[in-house]
Design a protein around this ligand. Sequence first.
Ligand SMILES: [Zn+2]
Length: 242
Amino acid sequence: MKSELAKLIELQKTDTRLRQLKNNIDTAETRRAELEDEFEKHASSIREIQNRLEGAKETKSGLEKDIAEAKVGLERAARNLKTAQDTKQYEAAMREIDSLNKQISNFETKILELMEVIDETSATLEQRADEVANLESDWEKTQAEFDESLDADKAELDKLSEARKEVFSGLPDRLAAVYDRLVSRSRDGIAVAEVIDDSCSACFMSLRKQVVVELKTTDQIVTCESCTRILYVDEQKASAVS
Ligand SMILES: [Zn+2]
């Protein structure tokens, strides 16, 4: 039959895990929202590059049309120049040619700038091609993993809650009451603390030698003189060291 201390240790381990699971479940929606935010940021940074590329291509083809129109205008002005009847007509044609040439030169400068944007954004998208291609499927995978892990936590919580009832009911009433009182007093829910390096792992107080010896040699309930939690030494760890 298991000692009372062993039952207390088991109960504590069960409760600590239960706390962890409850915390995971309670924070699930917040964590999910954080994941969504992260994905959204990621997706919008790629969308922004794609939009810049598309915008630059559109503007460029608009400018190419403008250049074509200006060139038609140039031909017309050149004809007017040849057929000019007087100085006034001649000068008007000259002015139009001049103005259209300036326009074309402006359009060409803008096109060069746009080609730089197109090259730059295309190269970035090329570099990030895998990421772009897998964006949606990676996100679906992340969500599926998240749901899976949440479901597993919920299932474990249900199972462990049942197991806990059994462990708890196996304790003598006196110890169960002490345990409950200690748990309700502590913020971390720890009533049974492992002794690590001869100190209480809950309040970090060094234990007196006599207390350590008592812990290692008896199966009695020994409590921390500082925080009153029930102490135990992990036998497996202790024997691994010695
Ligand atoms: Zn302590």
